[in-house]
Design a protein around this ligand. Structure first.
Ligand code: PHE
Length: 466
């Protein structure tokens, strides 16, 4: 059977494999760890509405553009531009490789927390929720868990696309979905849960500020693994005749759906435990969930809590794998380094760069109070700085550049031609027309202005709006 897997670069065995792996990349800590605390800090329902609007109206077209570019060129995030005949645009790919590497450096640390929490829950240490600060300040444990995590990521990426990534996604993602649905059902029955649901679902539009808007935008990109070449890279392994439109829709729906359910679960728990209004920040799920598991019962709570964090770690793993794949495929394709060697070297360097994120939670003062943005009240730690830079700034910037590139350099009709290979109706459909319109006008305008205003207001305290 002549299948794409037989080419030397490897490939997904079929469309379902691609969809699951890309959904595996999208679904991760972004949905379950980051989304709830962003919603909480961003004022609740109003943030959710903006996030959904960004996902469907702006991110969808940019996702299509990334996947199409990857499939057309069969290349990594940097090589894709040159292969398409526009070498000058390759710096977009370099920015993507940089963003992916920066994100992986701190993501791996948070994934280590999830792994550590699985252990805590299985051993029945529910009180760890009240001692989250001490937990993240204990760098011995964090070093051990994040080393383990990076090690497994490297191992899977070294095994190649269909061998490791695809197989793992197929079993673990459905299990996670099942567990979150069960927990959501349980959380909704708790006393006070409805207040949480109201906070989450009823938008208070007076909460909308420019900060909320760019937070929602950054979150949408982060959660969809967009703006950093992951989808160019994964797209390069997709079969030529697959229907990209339906594949992209499925990935988007899976990602948004899981974030939405996770939010419902979290806000019911937060309000039923009276923890609202404490501005959870990055520690939100880690402070709230142990108490929720404890309420399930001493034995069952341990088991469910333990499995929850194990599955969360697996969800994170399918994301770290895609994060590492971006710089690795770049190094393999462009510098002709053997895959195995590239994976180990790149993984190790990124791991080292993550150490300051680990030490910035109280262990080392320099990394804890790392930068003081102009006009800000407090200094931010190293991890928050990298997050602000890579996820809130570089990802929308990457998305902006991909949209401009696709619409004006590669050009709309060529892009359409590529998509039509698996979906001949695309060009004439409403979705097709909208996608091209969004890439030409909407995405450059909104993403471009949000990026500029974000940089000015976040880092330099210059507030042009709001
Ligand atoms: N989308 C992943 C998550 O939500 C994180 C990620 C970002 C993965 C960018 C790949 C690229 O957890």
């Amino acid at each position: 059977m002549a299948n794409i897997q037989e080419s030397s670069r490897g490939g997904f065995s079929n469309k379902l494999g691609f969809v699951l792996a890309a959904a595996g990349s999208a679904v991760g800590l972004g949905n379950i760890w980051k989304f709830p605390f962003e919603v909480s800090d961003g004022g609740g329902g109003a943030f959710v509405v903006m996030y959904l609007a960004f996902c469907f109206m702006l991110c969808f077209p940019v996702m299509m553009a990334e996947i199409a570019l990857g499939r057309k060129t069969n290349k990594n995030a940097v090589g894709a531009f040159a292969e398409n005949g526009h070498k000058k645009w390759a710096p977009i790919g370099i920015l993507a490789v940089l963003s992916g590497s920066l994100i992986l450096s701190f993501y791996n640390v948070v994934a280590g927390w999830a792994l550590g929490y699985a252990w805590e829950m299985f051993s029945g240490n529910f009180s760890v929720g009240q001692h989250f600060g001490e937990f993240v300040g204990n760098w011995h444990i964090n070093m051990a868990t994040s080393t383990a995590f990076m090690f497994v990521t490297i191992f899977i990426v070294a095994k190649g696309v269909s061998g490791g990534i695809e197989k793992a996604s197929k079993i673990l993602m459905p299990s996670l979905l099942f567990l979150i649905l069960a927990l959501m059902t349980y959380s909704l029955t708790q006393e006070g849960a409805m207040e949480g649901v109201k906070f989450y679902l009823i938008p208070d539009f007076s909460e909308i500020t420019f900060e909320t808007a760019y937070g929602a935008m950054g979150q949408a990109f982060f959660s969809l693994s967009l703006g950093m070449g992951a989808l160019i890279t994964y797209g390069s392994y997709v079969g030529k005749r697959d229907n990209m439109v339906s594949a992209t829709s499925m990935i988007l729906l899976a990602d948004v759906g899981i974030a939405f359910i996770a939010g419902l679960m979290m806000f019911s728990f937060i309000f039923s435990q009276g923890l609202q209004g404490q501005g959870g920040g990055a520690g939100l799920i880690f402070t709230v969930l142990p108490g929720a598991f404890e309420s399930i019962g001493p034995i069952l709570g341990r088991i469910i809590g333990g499995f929850f964090f194990v599955l969360l770690s697996f969800a994170a793993l399918t994301s770290t794998v895609s994060l590492l794949e971006v710089p690795v495929s770049y190094v393999v394709d462009e510098f002709e380094v053997r895959r195995n060697r590239a994976v180990w070297i790149v993984g190790f360097v990124i791991f080292l760069f993550g150490i300051p994120s680990m030490l910035g939670n109280g262990t080392v003062d320099f990394f804890t109070n790392f930068v003081h943005y102009h006009g800000a009240e407090k200094a931010v730690n190293f991890m928050d700085f990298i997050e602000d830079l890579a996820s809130d700034t570089f990802l929308p910037l990457g998305g902006f550049l991909v949209a401009v590139y696709t619409a004006y350099v590669w050009r709309g009709d060529k892009f359409k031609e590529e998509v039509e290979k698996g979906n001949p109706e695309f060009g004439n459909s409403l979705m097709g027309k909208y996608t091209i319109f969004a890439l030409k006008f909407l995405a450059p305008l909104i993403l471009g202005s949000i990026t500029i205003v974000t940089i000015l207001s976040k880092f330099f305290g210059i507030h042009l709006i709001g």
